[in-house]
Write a protein that binds this ligand. Structure first.
Ligand code: ADP
Ligand code: MG
Length: 701
């Protein structure tokens, strides 16, 4: 159980003064993990990305145009907009001994301004000073307060990522309230390491970011932020080390049979395996046969055919009388796997089931019962697979697809569902070997080097957005020629609502050209069944164009789709572009990828677009990506939206990863039970970053 000193941090945000049910929903959207309510901790880990410095207190005459200043002034006159010209601004003239400034308000609420700036009174106004027509002005001051208000005003005001309906000022206030809930905690880091890096303690680090006295915490190499990042990294590495240790320690079993099901599968597969696929299957069967547990990573570029390898592996386990489970990161992908595998499984005599969060009631109970009594050999599903009420008759192999979408702990959680479960994780992100070690420790690796034969290269072109009309024209010609088209709209960053709006707008405009029978829309906010229906109609060829946000990034397989349009390609990372493009070029027909960019692209975007034009080789792309942004990003936490890291910024913290790994290794060596005083404190750290599972393992071992 979580130690009680941490309780205030895990309380819902409504436990903070000023957060009611309405605001709570907004916070859920802003900082909550998917499907979960926001907690005080989530707010604290929603770090400001910068700050406004209001410390400058010049006289009016000294104030430098373009800078943020806080002026001490007396209100001289109100100048309402002239009658009949309501669009003209409302002006208020204020002054000190050295000069005057006009405060400018558009769409002003006159009564409010009368109250805020009474004539003759002293006020403190903070905002950016400008020169207009040779006169000083301040348009919409950020703050207007009296002496009492000034005492409360943060002099350095952090700026947060926001969502519609939450104001900067409000989030600031609530973040401070959250800060007040941080208890005094024992130090879990080595004192010497803290001293060497000049890292503050945990609480001080949070204070410097949420209640800053200066701008130091917002520098890229800020000690406060890096301290927190290091906490997160150490928690992760420690949890990994503990999981690995317990997995390795448990003896394995022989999870491979006589090869009869694998042989049957070979007969029913519509293709012959590539040499790399054969090699991977052999590696896996050898691991399964060995008395130790398997911990293997299967790396293969998009379209390299990892699923077929997984199926062979699962069939091997079934031969040995065990069950196998395959976990996919999204509902769409789980269903797609199920649909693809079902005919093969049936032909080979494997009993296959599906379990996702969407299955409810009797259907779900039937599946659970069949898993528990051995009525199913293989189950495909989502996170739902490792919920507590899911029990297996005898799970022998767990396969985790597209692992970069899962948290570190989730990757291994399936392994805890049986006695000595073998684990195979699959990734399309080609991770260089050194990083594999950092991320997975001593995992074995199989690589699918070549793609299945018969693939035609993809013709990739970059097109400025101004030529959208031509692209629409070309799309029309393509679909008249029988093609199917993905049309991807980008993430606009902070607001998912905006992303959806952008996709909806494009959908509407394409419908007006091609008709609603031909165009479908897919985005993350749609209910699951609607998503499936749209996907199914696209896969069946009823829909010719699928407008989508990046939901299609992972794994979706429609071999007939041969055109991909990506809008604002300059906003995507290389790995993501590569993943997206991997959705086409899967069938026998030639494919085209059009990367639309807003001109002129910045230097990094330009380099990315060029690399995309030049190569389809995932490893080369990963290497170039590494050069362009440093090794951390390859781990893909941010762009893939994986919940792994909240505080770590892979572009500046890559050096800390290795340090945390070494530190964790040393801790486990010296204090395997986390029983020393530092060990006790480290337990708190694990809870704080929600690696509770690791603590359970500690207890079991
Ligand atoms: P990924 O590695 O991206 O998960 P998939 O497993 O989805 O790739 O495979 C991509 C496509 O290639 C699928 O349509 C699959 O049926 C096909 N495929 C897999 N292996 C082969 C092969 N050896 N020969 C021909 N096609 C193959
Ligand atoms: Mg796949």
């Amino acid at each position: 159980m979580r130690p009680s000193p941490l309780d205030p941090l895990f309380a819902e945000v409504t436990s903070l003064p000023g957060v009611g049910p309405r605001m709570r929903l907004l916070f859920d959207r802003l900082v909550g993990e998917p499907g979960k309510s926001a907690r005080v901790l989530d707010l604290l880990f929603h770090l400001p990305h910068g700050a406004v410095d209001r410390r400058a207190r010049p006289t009016v005459a000294e104030a430098v145009p373009g800078e943020i200043v806080t002026l001490t002034v007396r209100v001289v006159a109100h100048q309402p907009s002239p009658p009949g010209r309501s669009r003209a601004p409302y002006r208020v003239v204020v002054e000190d001994e050295t000069g005057d400034v006009t405060l400018v308000f558009f769409n002003a609420d006159r009564r409010r301004l009368d109250k805020l700036l009474p004539i003759g009174e002293e006020r403190f106004v903070s905002g950016k000073i400008e020169l207009w027509d040779g006169r000083r002005q301040m348009v919409h001051p950020d703050r207007v307060v009296d002496a009492a208000g000034l005492a409360d005003m943060p002099v350095v005001e952090p700026t947060y990522g926001l969502t519609e309906g939450l104001t900067a000022r409000y989030v600031n206030r609530i973040a401070r309230a959250a800060l007040a809930r941080v208890p005094e905690l024992p130090e879990w880091q080595e004192e010497s390491w803290l001293a060497r890096n000049d890292f503050p303690d945990f609480r001080t680090a949070l204070e410097r970011l949420h209640a800053p006295q200066d701008m130091a915490a917002f520098a890229p190499d800020s000690a406060a932020r890096r301290r927190l990042a290091y906490d997160e990294l150490l928690a992760t590495q420690l949890a990994l080390a503990l999981l690995r240790k317990s997995l390795r320690r448990a003896p394995g079993r022989e999870n491979v049979g006589d090869g009869r099901l694998v042989a049957r599968l070979r007969e029913v597969l519509p293709f012959a395996l590539t040499a790399s696929q054969e090699q991977a299957v052999a590696d896996i069967r050898r691991d399964l046969a060995a008395p130790q547990r398997m911990l293997r990573l299967l790396q293969g570029d998009v379209g390299s055919g990892k699923t077929a390898v997984a199926l062979m592996a699962m069939a091997s386990a079934v031969e040995a009388g065990r069950q196998a489970a395959m976990m996919a990161p999204t509902e769409i992908l789980a269903r797609q796997h199920f649909e693809r595998l079902a005919p093969l499984a049936e032909a080979a005599g494997l009993r296959l089931g599906l379990l996702t969060g969407r299955d409810k009631g009797a259907e779900r109970r039937r599946t659970l019962a069949a898993l528990a009594d051995g009525g199913l050999d293989i189950v495909v599903g989502t996170h739902a697979l490792f919920q507590e009420d899911v029990a297996f008759h005898d799970l022998g192999l767990a396969v985790v697809d597209e692992q970069h979408r899962f948290g570190v702990h989730q990757r291994f959680a399936l392994g805890a569902k049986g006695a000595a479960v073998d684990v195979l994780v699959m990734t399309a992100t080609p991770i260089p070997r050194t990083l594999v070690l950092t991320y997975f420790g001593d995992m074995d690796v199989s690589v699918l080097k070549e793609k299945p034969a018969g693939r035609k290269p993809i013709d990739t072109r970059t097109v400025p957005l101004e030529r959208l009309d031509e692209v629409v024209g070309a799309t029309g010609r393509a679909i008249r020629g029988g093609a199917r088209v993905y049309w991807v709209c980008p993430l606009v960053a902070e607001s998912e609502t905006l992303d959806v709006a952008a996709a909806e707008e494009r959908y509407t405009s394409l419908v007006s050209v091609f008709g609603s029978e031909a165009v479908g829309l897919l985005h993350g906010k749609m209910p699951g069944r609607e998503k499936d229906a749209v996907m199914a109609r696209f896969a069946a060829g009823d829909l010719k164009i699928l407008v989508a946000t990046t939901v299609i990034e992972v794994g979706v397989d429609v071999p007939e789709a041969t055109v991909m349009v990506i809008e604002h390609a300059e906003r995507f990372g290389l790995a993501q572009l590569h993943q997206l493009r991997g959705r086409i070029g899967r069938g026998a027909a030639a494919s085209t990828c059009l990367l639309l960019y807003k001109a002129p692209p910045g230097p990094v975007a330009e380099a990315r677009l060029r690399i995309m034009r030049e190569t389809e080789d995932g490893f080369r792309i990963a290497e170039e990506d590494l050069k362009l942004r440093g090794e951390g990003e390859i781990l893909g936490t941010r762009q893939s939206g994986a919940p792994d890291f909240r505080l770590v910024r892979t572009e500046t913290d890559a050096d800390l990863i290795a340090a945390a790994r070494d530190d964790a290794r040393l801790v486990i060596e010296r204090d395997p039970g986390l029983a020393s005083p530092r060990g006790e404190a480290l337990r708190l750290l694990l809870y704080l970053f929600e690696r509770d599972e690791a603590i359970r393992l500690l207890r079991a071992g």
